[in-house]
Design a protein around this ligand. Sequence first.
Ligand SMILES: [Zn+2]
Length: 239
Amino acid sequence: MPAQNTEILLGKLTRREFRERMNSGELQAAILPVAAIEQHLEHMAMEHDWRSVNVVAAEVARRLAPRVLVAQGLMAGISEHHMRHPGTLSLRPGSFLAVVSDLIESLARAGFKNILVLNGHGGNVAPCEGTWGQFQQYNEINLHFVSYWDTIDHNEARKAMRTPDVPGHAQEFETAIALAAFPENVRTAMWADQPDQAPSLSTAATGERLLELCFAGVERYVRGMLDGTRVAEIPPFMP
Ligand SMILES: [Zn+2]
């Protein structure tokens, strides 16, 4: 009898491991992170949104192991508003939504009845919210979309911060999280080279507190999906 497989990343499983865990009823939810690869001012690496949402998704899956898998599907997002800064990778809204819906459908066909699309980039919010009801009607499962910062009390976050923007763009919230979780992405020497000085107030200690709030917030969200208290309201079909 092999030791229990507690891998949390879908892509790390073999087809046999996935099949056995799904067929046993152990796998109850999938988290599909979506994000952006886009400019984050002069001081942060462009992968920030993708990296941060995966840190949150992975920790939540670990806390809820072995019931939850993270399906790392789509790094890039809708970032037209950042395209004046070369290096940003942007998907048109239709392209983004087409890929997200294909990934959701793949997970639903694999047997997941609970799917959370966990978002790490503000530009993805409006297009997803505008089409979510149709994705729910198409799949008829407990399908949710939430940005990880919307699972936390913003006033609670501000207590740990020196500036008020939650989450902001490459401001204290995001910079502190990077300093705590992947500090190699922050060029503190560049802080002086940009007009915006708010990021320079960030510390790793603040980031650890913010991450703890985000872990707890998303964990609560997914727990609700697992225990049946957070049920997606599928918009009514025409009679
Ligand atoms: Zn960002």
